[in-house]
Design a protein around this ligand. Structure first.
Ligand code: CMP
Length: 148
């Protein structure tokens, strides 16, 4: 069935037209459909909600500062097996793993650091639902799945 995932193209990606286009091409070439799309500078409040599971991590402040530093592209993507497929395409979170072991992934190609790692993707159907509700308040996810 067509699964939903939430993808974020982070601020350093949106600032770079070439990188942005490459990632958009990868999304389309891998048979994702963009269900909803927003370009927005994420607010501190949204970022705190979105990353609440990381609030005790050493990188929390730098993560929030970066995520709120400029516009991000936020997409609801759909495809068969969307969550796992997008995460495979992104590659590992940590930039050294991405660049040494996964050079053909989005983070391997375009990640700049563990924080500026190019993209985000939901890690489960529950996270996808939670994350979609943060950024697309008017999107009725239950209706989407019931109509499938
Ligand atoms: P993301 O998929 O958006 O979810 C959590 C984010 O925290 C992650 O991508 C990175 O941007 C950031 N992050 C994870 N681990 C580290 C780390 N070790 N140092 C700095 N930032 C990190």
């Amino acid at each position: 069935y067509l699964q939903l995932t939430l993808a974020i193209l982070k601020p350093h990606v949106v600032k770079s037209p070439f990188v942005l286009q490459k990632i958009r091409d990868l999304i389309i070439d891998n048979n994702f459909k963009i269900v909803r799309s927003r370009r927005t500078t994420i607010s501190r409040e949204e970022a705190e909600l979105f990353y609440k599971e990381h609030k005790d991590k050493f990188f929390y402040n730098r993560l929030l500062t970066f995520m709120c530093s400029g516009p991000s592209d936020i997409y609801i993507l759909t495809r068969h097996d969307a969550i796992a497929k997008w995460r495979r395409m992104m590659g590992p979170t940590k930039v050294y793993q991405a660049q040494y072991n996964a050079q053909d992934t989005i983070r391997g190609m375009f990640g700049l650091s563990d924080t500026r790692n190019a993209t985000h993707g939901s890690d489960s159907t529950e996270s996808a639902k939670r994350e979609i509700m943060i950024f697309f308040k008017d999107f009725n996810i239950n209706k989407w799945y019931n109509n499938e």
